[in-house]
Design a binder for this molecule. Structure first.
Ligand code: UGA
Length: 449
């Protein structure tokens, strides 16, 4: 069995490292952030992910997972190194490769000290050309070795989604291996055969730039799918009687469309879609091609927040001095992650226009407090959040919010106006007791003669 190391213990690195270690693979995770390392070593993951804490405990207790703050040690004591560092956005939206470059330099220096042939696999999301034009020369220069002969190189994009990272690592839909040469690809394929055993998912072998591009294509497709259903939702809202949830249910039955990622709402947030679409657009423009469809998907996503604010204003006339309750801060349920969360965009608009905001989230409040501090009020329950509000906006579809009844809004709010931005409530029940406005739902159809 190969020994595996991970350079960078963010969500992708840590979750994959932990899963590998629970399958009896010797794993070393290397992370430079000492505070993070302390948390991981004390079985206190730096972010929430279902099942991660339990598996981290198992992995560390078994001795299969070692955590270090030294990339060289990670490389020297393993046969395969995954680069799993972040690739954030530059100011202009293009990808920042700073961490990938730093990691590659250190891995290269470590490779110089190795006699055995080592495989370096890039899991970080990087634009096409990065591995061959940037990573490979850095590895070769620092190791004084030849790629394909003295060390192997692959691109192995990751398709995990937050909240589903552990399940997704054990059961991915497919694996992409972009190998520098046959031997590189074969080595990584063997690792996955050891890991998945009889449950091996389909493996697609490609060249390196194609593998890099697949990651962007996957995220762009999903984000565009959501922007499209949101566009249809906006048209439904202007069409008496129309309901986007029924439209989505129907078109989702067409196997060419499928029912996933057709939930209309406030738009997509998180650490991936916004960053990756921006980077893909910047990459494409650099090549002299304007990717108009992707640009439109991005713009449609920004507009979705604007339309929600307009709905609040339509019902309250002005936002000045009005008390707005925000239900949900996380960028999606079951996470405390607020990166690019729609809640933050909405709150910023509301504050700009003079509203008084109170927010509640089952998990993400502490993270928002660090950013917004005392600019908004924080409630410790949904009911407390609704108390005396002039309007409530349902932003994140947590299970807890699905249990709220019409009377919870009607009896606690000053003016019972609810904007259901994720379509979790029943129109018939809620519209009886409050002004219920929902994304993708047109005005009721007038009785027909
Ligand atoms: C996304 C992809 O789904 C993963 O495959 C990918 O690996 C990951 O990015 C990444 O590049 O690292 P993630 O950002 O964790 O995963 O979350 P998603 O479940 O995809 O949700 C993204 C956003 O879309 C959320 O704000 C969510 O509320 C929104 N969404 C999702 C909708 O508005 N409607 C839907 O039907 C589905």
């Amino acid at each position: 069995m190969y020994r595996v190391s991970f350079v960078g213990l963010g969500p992708v690195g840590l979750c994959t490292a932990v899963c590998f270690a629970t399958k009896d693979i010797a794993v070393i995770g290397s992370e430079m952030d000492t505070a993070k390392v302390k948390q991981i070593k004390s079985i206190n993951p730096p972010f929430y992910e279902p099942n991660l804490k339990e598996l981290l405990h198992k992995a560390i207790r078994s001795g299969n997972l070692k955590i270090v703050t030294n990339n060289e040690e990670a490389v020297l004591k393993s046969d395969i190194t995954f680069i799993t560092v972040g690739t954030p956005s530059n100011r202009d939206g293009s990808i920042s490769l700073q961490y990938v470059i730093e990691a590659s330099e250190e891995i290269g220096k470590a490779l110089k000290k190795k006699t055995a042939v080592h495989l370096v696999a890039i899991k970080s999301t990087v634009t096409a050309g990065t591995t061959l034009n940037i990573v490979k020369p850095i590895l070769e220069k620092n190791s004084e070795k030849k790629c394909g002969k003295d060390f192997f190189l692959c691109v192995n994009p990751e398709f995990l989604s937050e909240g589903n990272a552990i399940k997704g690592t054990f059961n991915p839909d497919y694996i992409v291996i972009g190998g520098y040469n046959e031997k590189s690809a074969e080595t990584l394929e063997n690792l996955y055969k050891d890991f998945h055993k009889e449950n091996l998912p389909p493996i697609l072998k490609t060249n390196i730039p194609t593998a890099e591009l697949i990651k962007y294509a996957n995220n762009t497709f999903l984000a565009t799918k959501i922007s499209l259903i949101n566009t249809i939702a906006n048209i439904c809202e202007k069409t008496p009687g129309a309901d986007v949830t029924k439209v989505a249910e129907a078109i989702g039955k067409d196997h060419r469309i499928n029912p996933y990622f057709l939930n209309a709402g406030l738009g997509w947030g998180g650490s991936c879609f916004p960053k990756d679409l921006k980077a893909f657009i910047a990459y494409s423009k650099k090549l002299g091609y304007n990717p108009t469809l992707i640009q439109a998907a991005y713009k449609a996503n920004q507009d979705q927040v604007k339309f929600t604010i307009e709905k609040v204003k339509d019902n309250l006339k002005t936002l000045k001095g009005k008390k707005i309750a925000i239900l949900g801060l996380a960028f999606k349920p079951n996470t405390d992650d607020i990166r690019e969360a729609r809640s933050l965009k909405i709150i910023s608009q509301l504050l700009k226009q003079g509203a008084i905001v109170t927010a509640y989230d089952p998990m993400a409040t502490a993270n928002v407090k660090k950013i917004l501090k005392k600019r908004i009020n924080y409630a410790s329950s949904a009911i407390e959040c609704l108390r005396n509000a002039d309007c409530a906006i349902l932003v994140t579809e947590w299970e807890e919010f699905k249990k709220l009844k019409p009377k919870d809004f009607a009896e606690n709010m000053r003016k019972p106006i609810l904007i259901d931005s994720r379509r979790i409530y029943d129109y018939e029940k809620f519209s009886k007791r409050l002004r219920y406005i929902a994304v993708g739902l047109g005005e009721p159809l007038k009785p027909q003669p």
